[in-house]
Ligand binder design. Structure first.
Ligand SMILES: Nc1ncnc2c1ncn2[C@@H]1O[C@H](COP(=O)(O)OP(=O)(O)OP(=O)(O)O)[C@@H](O)[C@H]1O
Ligand SMILES: [Mg+2]
Length: 484
């Protein structure tokens, strides 16, 4: 063995050396299958998420690219790798043939914040759940998931993040990409990979004992504040309803369409994950559909809150073997209120207001949506222009609002814009100069200047596909991080 190889083997790899907790593993092998990772012809590190390393107690400067490759491309020195078992409702149909078909749970680590985190792979090879699939992730799919998770995170959405993306050198054939296309393996850091569908499988197998064991584990690990309460199950479900309602509101405010809200893509922690055919909406179109295979628009933009609520309702079926359904019904009845409160609060922040009376807030929000719905205005550019052109002078005269911007120039004379800017102006006149001053900062904080619209992603991918030029990808990630 050469010196370089000795230095790069798994035994002194900082990721392999982390203190892994066998949290899920200790529940017994009814929940997973032990699998092996695929061996790849090539390992090129394309993305390392240094922002996550301090939470693992690691100093990014002391972690080499080779460390990432050995741990998260070659998967050396880590066992057991667990393909998790789950089922799910896909587009309304129950599918008992699911499970981690191209990924596994690499390990679970306690962060410096005291929370338990999963490292889960995507594109790491075949498992007993691959069905006809190759177990792989396209490089474009990996690039898209990295971008979505980062963009959503910096827009305040509770989301998983990607820890690494390694190109793996295999030609893949896909119906939705020019093929052969390049392959990759991604490692995701998330709260948990336990899905609604994990419980649906246990119900399908008529194993209430396994459901209870798993639910106790979920509450202990991810709902620890209520773990010792007498009515912990009811409290858990109510808290899950709140988290999912807030998540749906976060997607809606971010102008994000997840596209595949099947129950196997719903996390039991209420965190957002699995970014496949997603899209950020180009304009405010309630019926915008992101996935080409969503023929009937089931998961269109505006259906997301409703679908989330329905998925929560369907989760009652497998959970009712553990606790009373009545308790769940009362939890579910709070969904709408949680959703609307979060949505209103987030949208008002996008409009520059950390705080506003409910009546002013409702009126402004209604007028904003009416305007955005009626005209072919880019949803994201509207808010980006608010942020880039805000002036404290807007309080002096309603006609100054967005006057010099593209939107103001083209639509400033329309009835709905005049109505909207009149309301905005009236609100400003009721604020103190200090409060008006804060609006600019709030607008900048909540509205990215470079929204992750499809043409942006496509141009990034073009540079990679045509010239293997990764610079635009890194530059975009830097813009996302810095809010430019
Ligand atoms: N190329 C593939 N090979 C094998 N199985 C696959 C492949 N693509 C998807 N699957 C399986 O199809 C099902 C649905 O896939 P979906 O795209 O929702 O999940 P995923 O993206 O693979 O993983 P995750 O939900 O963790 O992001 C899952 O069981 C998944 O493992
Ligand atoms: Mg999935």
């Amino acid at each position: 063995m050469t010196l370089a190889e000795t230095q790069n083997d798994a035994s002194n790899n900082p990721f392999v050396a982390l203190n892994y907790e066998p949290a899920l593993e200790s529940l017994g092998d009814d929940y997973y299958d032990e699998v092996a990772a695929a061996e790849f012809p090539q390992h090129i590190l394309r993305w390392r998420n240094d922002a996550l390393l301090p939470r693992l107690g690691l100093n990014p400067q002391l972690v080499t690219d080779e460390d990432f490759i050995v741990a998260f491309g070659k998967f050396e020195g880590r066992k057991p790798l667990l393909a998790l078992r789950y089922h799910g409702y896909q587009f309304g149909e129950y599918n008992p043939g699911l499970g981690d078909g191209r990924g596994f749970l690499y390990g679970q680590v306690r962060g410096t914040d005291g929370e338990l985190y999963d490292f889960g792979t995507k594109g790491s090879g075949r498992t007993p759940y691959s069905r006809g699939g190759d177990g792989m992730l396209t490089l474009k799919g990996g690039v898209r998931e990295v971008l979505a998770a980062e963009a959503l995170h910096y827009m305040g959405v509770r989301t998983s993040r990607c820890l690494s993306l390694v190109e793996t050198g295999l030609p893949l054939w896909r119906g939705d990409e020019p093929s052969p296309t390049r392959s990759s393996v991604m490692v995701r850091m998330s709260k948990s990979h336990i899905r609604f569908g994990t419980f649906e499988r246990l119900h399908y197998l008529k194993r209430p004992d396994l459901s209870k064991r798993l639910l106790d584990h979920v509450i202990e690990q991810y709902y620890s504040k209520i773990a010792t309460e007498q009515d912990k199950y009811a409290l858990f479900y109510a808290e899950l309803v709140k988290r999912v309602a807030e998540l749906a509101a976060q997607w809606m405010a971010a102008g994000f369409c997840h596209a595949v809200l099947n129950t196997d893509n719903m996390s039991i922690t209420g965190e957002s994950f699995d970014y496949g055919p997603y899209a950020f909406i180009p304009s405010y179109d309630p019926y915008f559909v992101a996935a080409y295979f969503d023929y009937y628009g089931r998961y269109c933009y505006s259906h997301q809150p409703l679908v989330c609520k329905l998925n929560l309702e369907m989760l009652q079926e497998p959970l009712k073997s553990v606790f009373a359904q009545d308790d769940m019904e009362s939890g579910l009845s709070t969904f709408d209120e949680h959703y609307h409160n979060e949505y209103r609060s987030l949208m008002l922040k996008k409009l520059g207001f950390e705080q506003l009376s409910i009546s002013d807030g409702e009126e402004l929000l209604k007028a904003t949506i009416e305007f955005l719905k009626m005209y072919p205005v880019s949803y994201h550019h509207f808010f980006a222009e608010m942020a880039s052109s805000f002036s404290t002078k807007w309080g002096d005269n309603a006609s100054d609002i967005l006057r010099d911007s593209e939107i103001g120039q083209s639509l400033g004379a329309t009835e709905l814009f005049v109505n909207w800017s009149g309301i905005y102006h009236r609100i400003l006149t009721n604020l103190t100069p200090e409060e008006v001053e804060k609006i600019g900062k709030c607008l900048t904080r909540y509205n990215p200047q470079t929204p992750l619209l499809r043409p942006v992603i496509e141009s990034i991918w073009e540079a990679i596909a045509q010239e293997n030029n990764w610079q635009p990808f890194y530059e975009l990630l830097e813009k996302i991080r810095s809010g430019q």
